[in-house]
Design a protein around this ligand. Sequence first.
Ligand code: ZN
Length: 630
Amino acid sequence: MHHAIAQNPDMIIPAPAHISVSEGKYTYTDQPEVKVTYTKKITGKEAYELTVTPKGVRIKASTDAGVFYARQSLAQMTKGGTVKEIPCCTVKDEPRFPYRGLHVDVSRHFRSVEFLKKQMDAMARFKMNRMHLHLTDAAGWRLEIQAYPRLTSFAAWRPQHTWKQWWQGQRAYSEEGAPEAYGGYYTREDIRELVRYAAERHIEIIPEIEMPSHSEEVLAAYPELGCSGEPYKDSDFCVGNEETFVFLETVLAEVMEMFPSEYIHIGGDEAGKQHWKTCPKCQQRMKDEGIEDVDGLQSYMIHRIEKFVNSKGRRIIGWDEILDGGLAPGATVMSWRGTEGGIQAMSQGHDVIMSPGRYCYLDHTQDAPFREPESIGGYLPLDSVYVYEPVEASMPQDKLHHLLGVQANLWSEYVVSDSHAEYMYWPRAIAIAETGWSQPEDRDIEDFRRRVLPALEQMRSEGYNTFDLADEYGERKLAQTGLEHAAKGKKVTYNKPIQKWYPAAGETTFTDGIIGGWTYSDHRWQGFLSDIDVTIDLEEVQTISYIGGTFMQLKGPGVFMPQKVDILVSEDGENFELIRTVWNDIPTDAEELLFKDFSTICKKKARYVRYHAYRSTMRGFLFLDEVVVN
Ligand SMILES: [Zn+2]
């Protein structure tokens, strides 16, 4: 019997498997006295036992990693050696999952070696053990490759500082050393240093080299590797061209010289595959290999690359799109478009790392958008990260050992500076760390928040730019409480049908009293690529004094206010009287997330209310959460 939650007083994160606090305290003056014993009796590779008695501290483990994690727990208990008196206790601990990852996108914005080391220090503290480096993408190639110097003398640099300006501009690259050149790359020396630093912290760095897509920067430097053969035309490698494989295998061979990791991430996500359909070389390849479609061509490439990587004694990881056209035999899948891809791969006997966007994508804003720096959109507060449970009922129960763990991803399109990146990671990455380490019965959001606040305070005192959790604004207030009103629970007739993309709660959405939050993807907002036109039956004639609804605008993903809303009422459901047309006055080029009520006050006797929102001249989506009547 153990109760980590009850016994864990303000200290260990992630919550340990077993902890029992006993009578007495251990006090020390300089550093705590620690006795380490290696014993095979502790079987888990990362497991440890930590005992604090009035005389000192004893650590038992079978590996260096176990001892290391015991020391991390001790450091948390002593707040880095500043607290000179700690309660006597016994901690028996081991991780739930072997893979607890943090992803760093160094392509969109290059990150310094110092930044990566500093994040590794924090990862180690919270017992995370994989750093996934997204080294290559359209926005810049970040790794010295001796055989292909243009990757770093050209494709690592761009004229614009922010990704947004670059993306909205010509998407061109610069020569290294040019006055306008912004970017950077890691030299072999840098990588040697990073790998060494990581190993000391029991962290494995997993390099990612993108293929077949997200490769605009490569194809600008070496255009002969794209189907068109011209720079700035392709984002996918030409799979029909043998030179592509020479390039990828040469690059990967150098990557494997630099990184000793078990896994090499080969990307595989979001390939457009359009040019493959008309490229003579790709078509020839498909004919020669008996490949029926372009998904099969991607699968051919990944299979070949896997063989090469395996021949060097390593294994590949790819994003879940590598399932398309058939998975390579030993591939591990990183599931990001939800968890379905991961579950499918597990069912086929493949290892899986879960990183579903809905819980693990830290590029979404972590607090009320009006208080936060510009982000890619979405709203993912700490609590929503924490509630993620990787084991799902729909998973094959005999395949659960294939679920290797979880990873926090930070795509950095909108995350320009190192300190902004740090802000986005912490504390949300700590929630992922606990999800990866702790057993479900030891996880509790209230307890976690209580433990994480002092941990963040300590991080800030050490110079980390963390989010200020104590000052969190949180979800839209009405979204937290819901709303009582005269139309709640009343039947809604759709004069234009509900559309498939964002159905929310279907026909009850607009009268369920549930108000939408900061993001349209929270299943509370109903989305339309047409007008919204509904009629609500209040069941009896009554005096109505207010009719209204709230829309949101977020220009980036194409969410706009309606042009106008017609509000009509009727006593008999046949003859409607237009009582107000509410026009939009929000500019369509506003950059920020905006909400607007399209409402009217009135004094009308009616049983039926018709609410008709006209789609924006910008087209795009309309999102509405509730039609409120009083
Ligand atoms: Zn081609």
